[in-house]
Unconditional design. Structure first.
Length: 161
């Protein structure tokens, strides 16, 4: 049977169990500012199974908020950071944050927004502007996103992804 669990966890990394203890997510990074990704694993029938992921979130977010720049005539932009934020009451839905990496080459650096995602399919159920995330989950957002929020324009704060 193939190994479905990550064999390496980057730093920083965070693990959070769903309230019903039937799933957990791991958010980890390839660096301090870029490369954040989240994987969800469901428990059942004596197995740990990975869920499909957040490719729909990445595609949706990149339609309007992308870290794009050219290097030697090629797109060298970074994918958005994706981080788990808050489980719903069960393991079926998860709020994730998508962020333009906060590095100088990214035009909208530090812009972030939220998505409520159906874990089993990766389907987006709700969208949250930075302001809506702050109003509902300010303490869960952490120091960096709270600081990034202060640097957003009033229009960026209320814009849904």
């Amino acid at each position: 049977m193939p190994n479905l669990m990550p064999t390496y966890l980057g730093y920083p990394a965070e693990l959070a169990w769903a309230p019903d203890n039937l799933a957990f997510y791991i958010t980890q990074s390839e660096g301090s500012e870029t490369g954040y990704g989240t994987a969800v694993y469901q428990l059942g029938n004596g197995r740990i199974s990975p869920e499909p992921g957040f490719s729909e979130v990445v595609k949706h977010f990149e339609l309007r908020h992308r870290c794009a720049f050219q290097y030697r005539g090629r797109d060298a932009g970074n994918k958005p950071n994706i981080a788990g934020l808050k489980w719903s009451e069960t393991s079926s839905q998860l709020v994730v944050v998508a962020e333009v990496p906060p590095i100088g080459v990214c035009g909208q650096m530090g812009y972030f927004s939220g998505y409520l995602v159906e874990v089993s399919t990766g389907k987006i159920l709700e969208l949250y502007s930075p302001q809506q995330l702050m109003d509902r989950w300010r303490d869960a957002l952490g120091e960096r996103l709270n600081r990034d929020y202060l640097n957003l324009s009033p229009g960026e704060r209320t814009a849904t992804p």
